[in-house]
Each structure stands twice: as C-alpha cells, then as structure tokens.
Write a protein that binds this ligand. Structure first.
Ligand SMILES: [Zn+2]
Length: 399
C-alpha cells in the first residue's frame, strides 16, 4: 500500500532554488550554512536546536565553518535516526545561476549547478517542514550538514561520533535516484613518491647522471607488469589504481631541458578496493616496483637515485548487508512511496564511508542530481520530489 505523503512540492522547490543560488564551494560553506539555518528556523525549528561542531579546526585545509547539526526531539518513541547531506559544491559551481526549464533546473552552461548537493540541503529542510507542519509522528532525528565533502570527505571524517546523539542508522542524501540505495563503497589509499636522481649534461656526460624520469618510468612499467595498474584482479582481492600526477617540483614539469639528465620527479597515485587490506596491498605493489626500478638505474660510479615512497589512507571502505536494519528500512521506505528499490556499491568514497566508520550504518539515497561536476549538471525536479517524499517515509515508518 502506498503511503500518502503530504509534501508541499512548491515549498520544497523554493528551498532548492534558494540554495542553488548561493555560492558555497568546498571550504567556503558559511553562507550556505547560514541560509540553511535560517530556512530551518522559518519552518519551525527553534534556534536552540541548531549548532555547529568544531570539525573545521581539525581539517588541514582552510574551512569557514564546522558541520551544521540539528537535533529534533521525537514525537513517538524509537531509536534516533540521522539524516545527512553535504553543504559544499565543487569549485565549478561558483557563480551558478539556476533556472527552471521544463522538469529540470539548469544553469546557463558556464558553470556546474550544485544540485550536488543542494538537493540534499533542500530535502532535509523540506523533510522537517513536512514533519512539523503536519505533526507527523517520528522518532528523535538528527540532521547533519557536512562541510568539505567534495575536497576529501573532511567534515564527515573529523566529526566526533558523540555529536550524533546516539543515532542508530543514517540516511545520507547524495545521489541521483530516490530508489537507488548505495549500501557500500570502496576505500582508498593515496601514495606519493619523490625520486631524487642526479643532474648531468645529457650530451657531454650522460653516464654521470641518474635519471629520475627513467626510475619513475621503469617503476610504473614494473607495477603494470605485476598487475597493479588500473583494474586490479588478483586471487587475494580486487580493486583499482591510478597514477595521477607525474611531474617535478611544485607543479612544474619533470625536468626542464632536453640536455640535462632529470634529477627530480614527483609522482602521485591512488589505490581503491572494497577491502582496505587490498588497497594497502596494491600500494605495496607500487612500493616494490619503485624499489626495483631504483636498483636498475645507476650512474657510472654505481650510485642510485634516492626514492622516498609514502602512503596514507584516504577513507575506509564499508559494506552493509542487504538485510541490515538500515537497508531494510530504506527498502521499506521506497516501497512505501510506490517505487522498487535497487542497491549498488560505489567505486568512489562518500560521507557514508566515515559515518559508517563512526558507528552509524549509512545508506545513501538520491534526490535528482544529474551530470554532477560538469557544466551540463541539472536537477530533475520530479526525482528531487520523490527523494523528499522518501525521506518523510523513512522518518515516519514504524521501526
Ligand atoms: Zn555530493
């Protein structure tokens, strides 16, 4: 039986248009956070229920504000539910001018739109508006609006789990289709190599040089031959890897003249896998390849390059069981609004990776964002409204 959700679609769209018109690229979330806070108060949330955490003081990049957190008391008993979304947009969204065109909200084509993730911000405000206006019974709810998602999931990463009021499950809004549930995602490691060779005149005395470029090239060839490059499928696991940057000092090219043996190269790459141990194994494969290459390139006196390989975990993977309580509730919610749920595993990290790590199992749902991070980005309004209705179902279903 389909639930009747009393959503005010015009009000929901108004929130969305308002938020889309506010600049708030990653790290610069103060204005959008203020607007979200004002809209929440306008729909009846007391100012005392709205606060910011201090996550931005722990983020290693300049960040205007902490995560915005809202606590709503329950009007029926039940475990606390968290609804999350991110405030920031990618830099390509700066200056976006949203306009309605048929069923879509688009821009003038010179910027991205920011439906990723203002659809989430508008959805959370519309959810609260609907719950309060129609006095719909719901368990205690926490809303979380994170900062700096787009630049590395920083707000969610630096969030203290104690800020979430003991929420037992979370619905994160950051996707396309309301009926499509993201129930897991890969984890990622980043690796970084500095190769210090030795410069020498390439025509007069090439044998006296140690080419950092050659060490890097051999290492990457080795990594590829050993099966660690691109799509990685081994008996012990699967994942992906990439070499993103092959350059010199501070954004310069590797080497600066054809007649000098290149003395310095800086290479950056990544490894992803559904298993964090296997992401580490891929990284170890690259490390071994660089060690091997280091021993193959020597000058006439037998000296080798200095190779400094380092790696850092970027975010942990997670996988929720199809029959876990949060996935089960998400599926029931989708069926309640007359749709058929599907589940998928993401090859990119989400705030959900960190929320799950913080102890709150998190399913990510969609609310109409399309062609994200491009100048063709648009919001599909009917899909956005389906996402809004879904959130009301998720908040009001019996446990
Ligand atoms: Zn997003």
């Amino acid at each position: 039986m389909t639930m009747n959700i009393p959503l005010d679609a015009a009000a929901a769209e108004k929130h969305l248009m308002k938020f889309l018109a506010i600049d708030g690229v990653t790290g610069q979330e103060a204005a959008i956070a203020k607007s979200v806070s004002e809209e929440l108060q306008a729909v009846g949330v007391p100012a005392s229920a709205i606060r910011f955490d201090d996550a931005h003081t722990r983020i290693p990049l300049p960040t205007e504000t902490g995560n915005l957190i809202v606590e709503l008391p329950g009007t029926k008993p039940g475990p606390r539910i968290l609804f999350a979304t991110h405030l920031d947009t990618v830099p390509l969204c700066a200056g976006a001018k949203p306009k309605r065109e048929g069923d879509h909200i688009v821009t003038d084509g010179s910027t991205a739109l920011g439906g990723d993730n203002r659809t989430g911000c508008a959805l959370l405000v519309s959810l609260v508006e609907t719950l309060l206006k129609h006095k719909l019974p719901h368990p205690p709810i926490t809303l979380l609006f994170t900062v700096r998602e787009e630049s590395g999931l920083h707000g969610a990463r630096e969030l203290k789990p104690s800020e979430l009021g003991g929420a037992v499950m979370c619905f994160n809004v950051d996707g396309k289709l309301a009926s499509e549930l993201i129930i897991g995602a890969v984890g990622q490691e980043n690796w970084d190599v500095e190769i210090k060779g030795k410069a020498s005149h390439a025509g007069v005395a090439p044998e006296k040089g140690i080419s950092a470029t050659l060490v890097g090239a051999i290492a990457l060839t080795e990594a590829q031959r050993a099966g660690w490059f691109g799509k990685v499928v081994k008996p012990e696991g699967r994942g992906t890897s990439n070499v993103g940057i092959f350059g010199g000092k501070e954004g310069q090219p590797a080497g600066d003249a054809t007649n000098v043996v290149t003395d310095y190269v800086h290479i950056k790459g990544e490894a992803r896998s559904p298993e964090s141990a296997f992401a580490t194994a891929i990284t170890a494969g690259y490390r071994a390849a660089f060690e091997k290459a280091q021993n193959e390139v020597k000058d006439a006196a037998g000296a080798a390059a200095e190779v400094k390989f380092s790696n850092t975990p970027a975010y942990p993977p997670f996988t929720l069981a199809e029959d876990s309580p949060v996935v089960e509730r998400a599926k029931r919610g989708i069926e309640a609004i007359g749709l058929k749920p599907t589940t998928l595993f993401s090859n990119g990290g989400l705030d959900a990776n960190w929320l799950d790590k913080h102890g709150v199992p998190t399913v990510t749902i969609g609310a109409g964002q399309y062609e994200i991070h491009t100048v063709k980005e648009y919001v599909d309004v009917p899909e956005f409204l389906r996402g809004c209705r879904l959130s009301v179902a998720l908040a009001t279903l019996d446990p």
